[in-house]
Design a protein around this ligand. Structure first.
Ligand code: NAI
Length: 470
């Protein structure tokens, strides 16, 4: 008699593996299906984790090169050892992968290696690399197959992961390119562009919109672009890329003004195309199973993450919403809880977003632009890190904190931080917003002195009263 699982999760990225662990913790008989040799999906293998290893290493290099002397530390000119840096990245990935293997074992989760296809409600056929198929039966199926590089709509980009690369290739250059063109001034382009810029590459960003980080607060994006410019990055904004192709040496990019005009072609050793990601649904058997997708190919779900077919759920990048690992994790937990008969829930209004550059950019809730468009009256409080003692002591005075609160109720609607450690500080806003807190609540909460977080408190103070230190 084959085992019938309570839940089988297809895909073990942050959405899928968290869902599986939570389900097992809740006493459900759980299995996962994964086609990669390692668990962890894009995030652990070729995304969040390896990029953060390189971002940290190159940030330390930049500190040593540009700040040590001012801090009174005299070292010989620090240099990068790219081979060792890449080894550090690979080791970090390996440790995370091993951690997941351990967690699967600890939670007694069965692992099926291969590509999963839904063969009707309750059945997943797993095709192994050797071509053999086996059928896994489960009362509930969770689709957590994630996303892949989208390329540029209307442009035939031939990725060779050497001269024309996606984020995967941009984590692997065996030597530092002299010149790099980044197509897309979004999160991936700016993070990986930063890595190579700090290693000495001349980086040019070509972005369709009139701003980088289009979904972020406009004021933050503007000041951030100025800082990246000071770090040596060049920007072509309002520029629509119409061709990316190999050149005799490296690759070239053709773009034209988004509003119309003459095209321009530029060349570099490498071109990183980072123009977004698309959901992965190929080979999943969605049509045969009758699972509906939307106009962008994402699996359609209701507010309980259910597809239109009973017993089939979907989470993470393969459904609507921001393509963020932590959003997928929250959905994974919620689905496991719902399948176990509990009340799983994701608060989509409180999902932080962090760009791990230097300085970091972090944001939660609504931007000023969104509030204006929605006609919501708000008060804004701002505080610059130049007026923060801790920031001055660490030579990290770039950036500011902005707190947006409802004009009538003072409830916090959004917090935006550009500055050193922004990705950690944003979470005090997240907790407060989960509890519907006000800018006065935040401003009256005692913050340790001297900390960067005092700037968050001061910005909150500025939103409902007056800041003390500026
Ligand atoms: P993105 O959506 O953040 O940025 C893509 C950019 O490309 C946009 O600004 C868009 O206007 C531009 N673009 C599109 N077509 C273009 C064209 N023809 N010419 C010029 N520019 C064009 O996508 P990205 O950076 O590829 O990231 C993919 C996903 O991964 C995002 O959802 C992102 O949030 C997520 N991610 C998150 C990270 C984080 O949270 N730290 C890190 C890396 C990725």
């Amino acid at each position: 008699m084959p085992t019938t699982y309570d839940i089988v999760v297809i895909g073990t990225g942050p959405g899928g593996y968290v869902c599986a662990i939570k389900a097992a913790q809740l006493g459900l008989k759980t299995a996962v299906v994964e086609k990669r040799p390692n668990h962890g999906g894009t995030c652990v293998n070729v995304g969040c984790i390896p990029s953060k290893a390189l971002l940290h290493a190159t940030e330390m290099l930049a500190e040593a090169q540009h700040s040590f002397a001012d801090l009174g530390i005299d070292v010989d000119q620090p240099k990068a050892d790219l081979k060792k840096m890449l080894a550090h990245k690979d080791k970090t990935v390996e440790q995370n992968v091993k951690g997941l293997d351990f967690l699967f074992k600890k939670n007694k989760i069965d692992v099926f290696r291969g590509t999963g296809r839904i063969a009707g409600a309750g059945k997943v056929v797993v095709a192994g690399e050797d071509g053999k198929e086996e059928t896994v039966e489960a009362k509930n199926i969770v689709i957590a197959t994630g996303s892949d590089v989208a390329g540029i709509p209307g442009v035939d980009v031939k990725f060779d992961e050497k001269a024309i690369v996606s984020s995967t290739g941009a984590l692997e250059f065996s030597k530092v390119p002299e010149k790099m063109i980044v197509v897309g001034g979004g999160v991936i382009g700016l993070e990986l562009g930063s890595v190579w810029a700090r290693l000495g590459t001349e980086v040019t960003v070509v972005e369709y919109l009139d701003t980088i980080l289009g979904s972020m607060d406009g004021e933050v994006a503007k000041q951030f672009q100025r800082l990246l410019g000071k770090q040596g990055m060049t920007f072509h904004l309002g520029a629509k890329v119409t061709d990316v192709s190999k050149a005799r040496k490296g690759a070239k990019v053709t773009f034209e003004p988004a509003k119309g005009g003459e095209a321009e072609t530029i060349q570099a050793d490498v071109v990183l195309v980072a123009t977004g990601r698309r959901p992965v649904t190929e080979g999943l058997g969605l049509d045969e199973a009758g699972v509906e997708t939307d106009e962008r190919g994402r699996v359609k779900t209701d507010e309980h993450l259910r597809t239109n077919i009973p017993g089939i759920f979907a989470i993470g990048d393969v459904i609507a919403g921001p393509m963020l690992a932590h959003k997928a994790e929250e959905e994974g937990v919620a689905v496991a809880e719902m399948i176990a008969g509990q009340a799983g829930h994701v608060n989509y209004g409180v999902i932080p977003s962090v760009v791990y550059t230097s300085p970091e950019v972090a944001s939660i809730g609504r931007t000023e632009e969104e509030l204006k468009e929605a006609g919501i009256e708000y008060s804004a409080g701002k505080f610059p890190f130049t007026a923060n003692g801790r920031a001055r002591s660490m030579l990290h005075t770039d950036g500011f904190v902005k707190v947006l609160a409802d004009k009538a109720s003072d409830r916090i609607l959004g917090v935006h931080i550009l500055g050193f450690g922004a990705g950690e500080m944003i979470h005090e806003a997240a907790v407060l917003m989960e509890f519907g807190g006000s800018s006065e609540d935040l401003a009256r909460t005692c913050h340790a002195h001297p900390t960067m977080s005092e700037a968050v408190k001061e910005a909150a103070l500025a939103a409902f009263s007056k800041p003390i230190h500026s």
